[in-house]
Design a protein around this ligand. Sequence first.
Ligand code: C5P
Length: 219
Amino acid sequence: MTVIAIDGPSGVGKSSVSKAVAARLGYAYLDTGAMYRAMGWLCMTRGITDPGDVVELVRGADLEISTDPSAPTVAVDGIDVTEEIRSAEVSASVQVVSAVPEARSELIELQRQIIAAAEPGIVVEGRDITTVVAPDAPVRILMTADDEVRVARRAKETHGNAGAEAVAATRDVTLGRDAKDAQTTSFLTAADGVHTLDTTHIDFDQSVGAVLALVAAAQ
Ligand code: C5P
């Protein structure tokens, strides 16, 4: 079983690139951010913010995530939350979960189980995959892009355009979340042995091609 580990900040394009790479290789795809988001959604709907209560909720939750790159759905306690977890409210509250070490441990354990069961391989993306979840993966990549490029990409995703207003509305939220995440996970610089893929000046197809080339080189 081959693991392709991809980390990076928000707006870098790692989800779409990871999905495309998985589809091309016939691999499974695991969006670990969706797991943190699903738990963030659950905490939000229950009004839970205390770290101890967060851990208990995460431990007791039934989290189901599909690893099909063409239909990556996520459900909590039988409720499909695939759409809801992309809301601005969930993005803003996800750190209620991701900043709590014991909650992370629970999700990391689940991630490792999913990875171990994947055949013939899996593309796993997040913030701590190359360093914590799968540090022994044969292919480990940190995707980066200049801040303004990432903000523009995220503005396009959330507002449908990258005009001045959309970019202004996206900048603080995106960069603020990255700064907070960087206190918990290390995804701003590549760890030893991790390839940096700077996508500032390359498009989606070129990014997919670059990842596939790194996979081919590792085989
Ligand atoms: O990748 P995405 O933006 O969907 O991730 C949502 C949030 O989940 C991140 O802002 C971060 O707080 C958390 N996360 C994490 N570790 C991961 C993946 C995501 O802490 N491996």
